[in-house]
Structure formats: structure tokens, C-alpha cells
Write a protein that binds this ligand. Structure first.
Ligand SMILES: Cc1ncc(COP(=O)(O)O)c(C=O)c1O
Length: 458
């Protein structure tokens, strides 16, 4: 063990002892609580400890030998955790929530999920599935009802059909995240590269630690468009995949069909797999739809992996449901990994969401579009925002005249009870903040007023 008892101030107590190990709780010189197990090679140190705490130790020894609750046993996990786990920093979003923990009634414009309840029909279907005892595993690829609904949707929307001739498959996953991580695990060996946008959804850079691959950031400032020209410069012999996200988190930017078709051509020419994270597909606002439809690379190729979700669209993020559809062999590989990791997506949620496409979410999409307009109006002439075409986020530039980083601006906002997320959580830069308009209109208006005031030095 790396920690020696002599490093402790002897204020701790020996908690358990056996012939094989002794466990101490102590305090480091910097005041942190430390747990320490001593095994036979360093039992001499344990004896030193015993002398120091002789009375208490002898009194507690017999008791601990017979009654020590095993829950007291703690390992020195810093010695055990993998480099992978240790390299992942706690989400910056959580840090903002920590900063705001003392606020009583914050004006919360930081939330990454919709503010509407799950549609009744889906709630009832989930309850029904549970009550009918359909609570066991489903097939790894998903329950037939949901797969059927997915193929109906993909057929009518994209002319994608599930047959051998098309070479396409689909798999239901534990959230969109489940699909993303399994797909990346299928594609990336150590050192292989994936090109992802900057700014990005918080998970994307962490895929490197989870897979051993390298996430190559595609700088999309200032317009947040991940174009073929920007991607092409980053392609190397190690590039396996390009990950697109439109509508994007945190910017709301929607790519056009023209841009998408150029990216499809580039990926085809370079033999790189295109992954399209379309979790916000339904939340594409009217002016960014093309002939009423959401622009997706899947209209131009079947050689791309579509990743979509149900959580954001139907307000059931906690149900953990998404799917991936695309080249059969890739989807089969994802299924192999799913079999030994998630096993299947949550069953009652699958039975419920099989009815999702019966629900019309358009009234909510329209409402989000009106909120988007409110945000744009609030900052007009005060701060730069790239017009969000979908999702429920705006990525607002902190006015340069303030001479503040986005993190500093966010601290000022939190002092006035408004919760927003600094750009550096989603980016290598710290110049913007993400504002979520998945918040009731009254709260949104109040928050926007305060943010404007801060920007105008009031
Ligand atoms: C772009 C993007 N992709 C994926 C996810 C993960 O979604 P899920 O909850 O379905 O795993 C999110 C969640 O915020 C997201 O914004």
C-alpha cells in the first residue's frame, strides 16, 4: 500500500483486525479522512499503531474480532481504480449544481431535459406492461413491438427497410448513450480516431477514456457548423468515424441537407463511418425542416449509423431508451456487446415506447420554437447567439465588452439565482454559456431579464 501509518496523525481508530489484515481510519496531515489496510508485510507498522493506541485497541480487539460489521471494511480505492476511471473528471454540469446547491428557488435554465410530463398513453402502456408481468428480459436487440414501430418509422421517413437486400438492422439500447458507447466500442481500437464536434455533448470526449480511442475535436466556432471542409482537414489513416449531432447540444444548430450530403460523400471517399446522433430530431423547428422533414444523412446513404432516442422527445429520460440503426454487421457487433453489458434495454419502457409514434409532439415543438424566439429577442443587440434550429438550447456568447470568461459570467448569474452552464463544460473554449429553454415561460422570462441586466452592468 502506498500510504504508511506514519503518514497519519494518530487520531484514527483501528476498526477491524484479523490475522490477514488490519483496517484503520485516520486523518491525513491535510485533514482528509483516510482509510488504510495493513497486510502482513507491514504489520510491524500496525504494531506501532497498536502501541500508540494500546488501551483503545485492546479493548476493541475482541469486540471487533467477533462483531465488526463487514460494512466497516473499506479498501484504499485510489490504489485500485483504473486509470480509465481516474482520468474521467466529474461532469462540469455537476460542478455548477454544487455551486448552486445553496440557492433556495433558483431560476433553472440549465436543465437538459424537457419540462413536460410523459404522454399519458406511454405512462399507461408502461404500467400495463408491469401489471401484465412483462418484466423479464427482452431479446437483446429489443422487443418485437418496438422494433416493428421503429422500422415503420424508418420506412416511412427514410425508405429504410429491414431486409437482407438493404443490409440494415436496428437495436434498442439503454438510452442514446448506450448506443453511442457500444458503437464506439465496436469501432475504436486503442489509438483509433473519432472526429467529434467542438462544442460537444459532454459525453463525447469521455468516449476516449472509455474505449482507448482518440476523440479529435472539430472546431466549429463561430457558426457551429460541422462541415465537410472542417472535417476533411482532420481525417488521418487512423480515423474510423465521424460523429455528427444535429440538432446539436449545446448549440441547437441544425445542419442542412446540402451540408449533410457533402459529409456523406467525404466519409464514403475516405472509408469512414458516419454516426449521426439525432436525439433531438423531433425538436427541429419549422424553418430548419426541409419539405417539412428533419434533415438527416440517412436520406443520402445507408452506410451511416443513426442513433436516436426517446427520452428527450417524450420526456422520459429516466426510462433509458434509444436505438441505433444502420449497417447490419455493425449493428450485430453492437448486439454482441450489449448481450454482455446492458443485456437489454429496460423492458417496460420498451413496451411503452412502442406506442411513441402514435403521440403528436408537434404542439410542444411549436412551444419550444416560441421560447427560442423569446431568447433571441431578449439578447438582440446585447449578445451574439447562433440561431438555434432545434433542441432546446441556445449557446450565448458572453459579450466581449464584459471582459469575463463564461465561467466568471456564470458565477455572477448564480449569485443572482440564475443557473446556466459555462461553455467550457462543452468545449475547449470558455466564451459562451448554454441556456436551456426547457423551462416554463415565466421562469424563462425572469431569467432572461437577469442575464440581460448582468450583461448591461445593472
Ligand atoms: C447530443 C446528445 N446525445 C446523447 C445524449 C444522451 O441521451 P440519453 O439520455 O438518451 O442517453 C444527450 C443527452 O443530453 C445529448 O444531448
Amino acid at each position: 500500500m502506498g500510504t504508511h501509518i506514519s503518514d497519519f496523525q494518530v487520531r484514527g481508530a483501528a476498526l477491524t483486525i484479523s490475522t490477514r489484515a488490519i483496517l484503520f481510519r485516520g486523518q491525513s496531515k491535510s485533514g482528509n479522512t483516510l482509510w488504510h489496510t495493513a497486510t502482513p508485510p507491514i504489520l510491524s507498522e500496525a504494531l506501532f499503531f497498536k502501541r500508540m493506541r494500546a488501551t483503545r485497541f485492546t479493548q476493541s480487539h475482541e469486540f471487533l474480532m467477533t462483531h465488526a460489521p463487514t460494512t466497516d471494511t473499506r479498501l484504499d480505492l485510489s490504489q485500485l481504480l483504473s486509470r480509465r476511471a481516474q482520468s474521467i473528471d466529474a461532469s462540469g454540469i455537476r460542478k455548477v449544481f454544487d455551486l448552486a446547491a445553496h440557492l433556495k428557488d433558483p431560476i433553472n435554465l440549465s436543465i437538459g431535459q424537457p419540462d413536460f410530463p410523459v404522454p399519458e398513453v406511454l405512462k399507461r402502456a408502461a404500467i400495463k406492461a408491469i401489471e401484465e408481468n412483462r418484466n423479464g428480459y427482452t431479446q437483446t436487440q429489443g422487443c418485437p413491438e418496438l422494433l416493428h414501430a421503429i422500422w415503420q418509422r424508418l420506412g416511412s421517413e427514410l425508405n429504410w427497410t429491414h431486409d437482407a437486400a438493404h443490409g440494415l438492422s436496428a437495436i434498442v439500447t439503454s438510452g442514446t448513450s448506450g448506443a453511442l458507447i457500444l458503437a464506439m466500442m465496436c469501432l475504436l481500437d486503442a489509438g483509433d480516431e473519432a472526429i467529434v464536434p467542438d462544442p460537444y455533448f459532454v459525453m463525447y470526449p469521455q468516449i476516449a477514456a472509455l474505449t482507448g480511442g482518440k476523440m479529435v475535436l472539430c472546431d466549429t466556432y463561430p457558426d457551429f457548423r460541422m462541415t465537410a471542409a472542417r472535417i476533411e482537414k482532420l481525417i488521418t489513416p487512423r480515423t474510423k468515424t465521424v460523429l455528427l449531432n444535429s440538432p446539436g447540444n449545446p448549440t441547437g444548430v441544425v445542419l442542412t441537407s446540402g451540408e449533410l450530403s457533402d459529409i456523406v460523400d467525404l466519409c464514403r471517399a475516405k472509408n469512414v463511418l458516419l454516426i449521426s446522433d439525432e436525439i433531438y430530431d423531433e425538436f427541429t423547428f419549422s424553418e430548419f425542416r426541409e419539405e417539412g422533414r428533419f434533415p438527416t444523412p440517412a436520406r443520402f446513404t445507408k452506410d451511416c449509423l443513426l442513433i436516436r432516442g426517446f427520452g428527450k422527445t417524450y420526456g422520459c429520460t429516466g426510462w433509458r431508451l434509444g436505438f441505433a440503426a444502420g449497417p447490419h454487421d455493425l449493428v450485430q457487433s453492437i448486439a454482441k456487446l450489449q448481450q454482455y453489458t446492458y443485456v437489454c434495454a429496460p423492458s417496460m419502457a420498451q413496451y411503452a415506447v412502442a406506442h411513441a409514434y402514435e403521440v403528436d409532439m408537434q404542439p410542444w415543438v411549436d412551444r419550444f420554437e416560441r421560447r427560442r424566439d423569446t431568447v433571441l429577442e431578449a439578447f438582440e443587440g446585447i449578445a451574439n447567439i447562433t440561431r438555434p434550429g432545434g433542441a432546446f438550447y441556445a449557446f450565448v456568447e458572453v459579450p466581449k465588452s464584459l471582459n469575463l470568461t463564461a465561467s466568471e459570467f456564470v458565477e455572477k448569474a448564480i449569485e443572482r439565482s440564475v443557473l446556466i452552464i459555462p461553455g467550457k463544460v462543452f468545449s475547449t473554449r470558455d466564451t459562451h454559456f448554454r441556456l436551456s429553454f426547457a423551462a416554463k415561460e415565466e421562469m424563462l422570462a425572469k431569467g432572461l431579464g437577469i442575464l440581460r441586466d448582468i450583461m448591461q452592468g445593472r
